[in-house]
Write a protein that binds this ligand. Structure first.
Ligand code: 3EB
Length: 369
């Protein structure tokens, strides 16, 4: 294991001039928890049966496009994300926990939580016409405050959705304004925040509020970076006045499985966009990026983990509906495409990016030879 680990250290990462601190030795040392999360895509027509089954408990239901699943109100956190699904049958993203769930609302934050884990949603209408950085900063500050006060202190995963992500607002692109506000909030909240960043996605909607969905825990997860990519928080200023505050992935250990949340991943190597105008090649590059993260988890740690025994749960954001066929074809011909996939229409944070893919994997421990 040791020799393999050091070989990897001097691999692609150092070829790109990246720091060589890919130390996984602490990744698996946090206290195992009993609260096991599962996430599945469930067909809308199967929701009534899904709601009837009592165990494990529903933590949340996230609908994409077509409004939120109101019929499920009272069963965990119900969220509607304004990104239309691109392929039938229409599905709902159902989060369950092995532990009992309670719901609450604290100020504007809607919540569902167990003893160990919370998912929450904060939606802010932008009608007031304030700058997006102020909206984002204030939203993140409120989420941090809730997390600190509730004891769910460790953010594992965040999703950011807002309209006009590539639109100009008074001379600065709205995504860049979002990054400024988020950066301000993280830097006030934590002095050296790179080490505590959650995996994230940031995707543009057609309309609707500024929306943040978050998953937080009482135990810390382990943020992971990608050896093929410069950490987003270290991007050079050409991408905006403040760098994007997120980790490429978060590892989250429970007593039985290790769960990997992979952030929105795109056709970026180092910090540069690859394959402008080519959705098929962008999809392949994106899958190589995801593979690189999965391989780190498989081979670099003190334990060996197998992601192949569990199919990943993928979400694929496509900028142009007409690219769906090409994106789908690449996925279907790739090992990573064997899992369950939800295709939605959404805009990526760089105009040249045509596709972004995120995923969740359950990793089972393999006996070491
Ligand atoms: C990238 O790698 C592509 O700003 O939260 C992916 C995931 C991207 C999350 C974010 C941005 C974000 O830079 C874009």
């Amino acid at each position: 294991m040791d020799s393999q680990f050091s070989q990897k250290k001097s691999g692609v990462g150092s070829a790109l001039g990246l720091p060589s601190e890919w130390d996984m030795s602490t990744a698996f040392s946090s206290t195992p928890m009993s609260d096991v999360l599962t996430v599945r895509y469930v067909q809308g027509s199967d929701l009534p049966q899904e709601l009837e089954s009592e165990s494990p408990h529903i933590l949340g239901i996230i609908g994409h496009g077509e409004g939120s699943p109101v019929s499920a109100i009272g069963k965990g956190l119900i969220v509607g994300v304004n990104l239309p699904q691109l392929l039938p049958p229409s599905v709902l993203e159902v989060w369950r926990s092995s532990a009992p769930v309670l719901c609450d609302q604290i100020q504007d934050i809607r919540l569902a939580f167990t003893d160990e884990t919370v998912i929450g949603c904060l939606e802010v209408p932008e009608s007031s016409g304030g700058a997006l950085e102020d909206v984002a900063r204030s939203a993140y500050e409120r989420i941090f405050e809730y997390c600190a006060q509730s004891g769910f202190s460790h953010l594992l995963r965040m999703w950011n959705y807002f309209p006009g992500i590539n639109a100009d607002q008074n001379g600065l692109e709205r995504y860049k304004r979002f990054c400024v506000g988020r950066h301000q909030a993280f830097s006030t909240h934590h002095k050296e925040f790179a080490s505590i960043l959650p995996a994230a996605s940031a995707v543009g909607t057609q309309d609707g509020p500024f929306q943040v969905i978050f998953l937080a825990c009482k135990q810390p997860g382990t943020p992971l970076e990608n050896p093929r990519q410069i950490s987003a928080y270290d991007y050079p200023p050409m991408y905006g006045p403040k760098s994007p505050s997120f980790a490429r992935a978060t590892l989250h250990r429970t007593s039985t499985v290790c769960q990997l949340f992979v952030a929105g991943t795109a056709s970026i190597v180092g910090h540069a966009t690859q394959h402008q105008g080519d959705p098929a090649k962008q999809t392949l590059e994106t899958l190589s990026n995801i593979d690189a993260i999965l391989n780190r988890v498989r081979y670099e740690g003190p334990e060996v983990w197998d992601a192949t025994c569990s199919e990943g749960l993928l979400k694929v954001f496509v900028r142009n509906q007409e690219d769906l066929c090409q994106v789908r074809e690449i996925l279907e011909g790739h090992e990573l495409g064997k899992g369950h996939i939800l295709f939605v229409l959404g805009e990526m944070c760089r105009k040249e990016l045509l596709v972004e893919i995120e995923g969740i994997w359950n990793l089972a421990s393999l006996p070491q030879e």
